[in-house]
Write a protein that binds this ligand. Structure first.
Ligand SMILES: [Zn+2]
Length: 375
């Protein structure tokens, strides 16, 4: 079972990459969904567009066989690139790589999922498979609408394969940090900075005093990071500022850190420097970590053993970036990520994938599917 029709893959790749589908561009996302819907339908899969949450974000679900499914294929159709990007910087091939908006993150991965199933169909191995495919349309903005759909769907599957990019030199992703965003608003009191400073309450000074406390949350040994990434306050140079705001990006590796971090931010509103200021804190750790478990390691071993048979030595990495794999792993469903095309520079204009990884990943995933079905 080997995939060789690279030309056809590249034709589809160009077609899909040249459809703008930024998060929020739901018309564009729907076009991508229709492309995949047609192809999964041709494989005999039950297939439909779903609009979870507020009913605006297209998601594509395709199933074969009855639940519990042997596996779930998970990916996202949205990209971070705005409308017009594809016209301005269309799909291109050079230096043995493919370039264009979303080639790596993650339209290449969506095609790996499709082509693996098409390969199984061709060799008569698809009908034994019980599988559910879910492509959502709002991953890059935190899957706020599709999250319940992802989790409900995952609960009907024994394991999850996520098609975010494979990292250079064939490194899959077996562990992801979790995390969340916190916002701190400080309310002070305006006053003339020169004439009446004693009548004001300086919100910027109050906020500045909190920053080192937040910095102390960082703990490299535990894998926790807390970074103040945005800070705003004040308006005119001669007015004591009445308002200041900071935003904090927090990542955790140990699930227990959620409690410590959230407790810290709850207490922060009481750490005032000025009696008359008010500190409001919002946010939470809403993405649990994707942890390595004996069950996820077993899938990883199976994938790596298959790759080895093809002459590819795979590795595995941990990343601080979250994906929808965090959502499925946190339910206790074994999840392996990074099974898309090998590439790099996601979210940048120099994003690319390695063309040589196309036949490798398609063949590998189809073989893995066959083995997981028999397992
Ligand atoms: Zn992605």
């Amino acid at each position: 079972m080997e995939f060789t029709d690279i030309d056809r893959f590249l034709e589809d790749f160009e077609h899909v990459v040249n459809m703008d589908s930024a998060s929020g561009n739901n018309d564009g996302i729907l076009k991508v969904a229709h492309f995949f819907q047609e192809r999964f339908s041709r494989l005999g899969m039950a297939c439909g567009i779903q609009l979870p949450g507020n009913g605006t974000v297209p998601c594509l679900k395709a199933t074969l066989g009855d639940p519990p499914h042997d596996m779930m294929f998970l990916g996202h159709m949205d990209t971070v690139f705005p409308e017009g990007e594809a016209a301005h910087r269309p799909f291109a091939l050079h230096d043995n790589r493919a370039w264009g908006p979303g080639v790596c993150d993650m339209k290449g991965g969506l095609l790996v999922a499709l082509y693996a199933l098409e390969t199984l169909k061709k060799t008569g191995n698809l009908d034994n498979l019980s599988i559910c495919v879910l492509f959502n349309g709002d991953e890059e903005t935190g899957s706020t609408q599709s999250r319940p759909l992802i989790q409900e769907t995952a609960k009907t599957c024994r394991r999850v394969l996520v098609f975010e990019p494979c990292r250079p030199d064939y490194h899959l992703v077996n562990q992801r940090k979790g995390g969340g965003w916190f916002h701190i608003d400080v309310i002070g009191k305006e006053a003339h900075a020169g004439a009446d400073p004693h009548k004001g309450v300086n919100a910027v000074v109050e906020l500045a005093h909190l920053v080192p406390l937040i910095q102390d949350l960082n703990d490299e040994n535990l894998g926790t990071s807390a970074q103040v990434t945005v800070i705003n306050g004040g308006d005119k140079i001669n007015i004591i500022p009445s308002h200041a705001r900071a935003s904090v990006d927090v990542r955790i590796l140990d699930p227990k850190e959620k409690q410590r971090v959230e407790a810290f931010f709850t207490r922060l509103s009481r750490k005032r420097l000025f009696e008359q200021s008010a500190i409001k804190v919002s946010g939470c750790i809403d993405r649990p970590p994707m942890a390595v478990t004996p069950q996820s390691l077993a899938i990883q071993d199976l994938i790596m053993a298959q790759a080895q048979k093809m002459g590819i030595t795979m590795g595995a990495i941990t990343t601080g970036g979250c994906s929808d794999g965090n959502l499925t792993a946190s339910l206790g469903i074994p999840t392996i990520d990074g099974l898309g095309l090998v590439g790099a520079n996601s979210h940048r204009t120099d994003e690319y994938v390695e063309l040589e990884s196309i036949p490798v990943m398609v063949t590998l995933i189809s073989r893995v599917c066959r083995q997981l079905t028999n397992a």
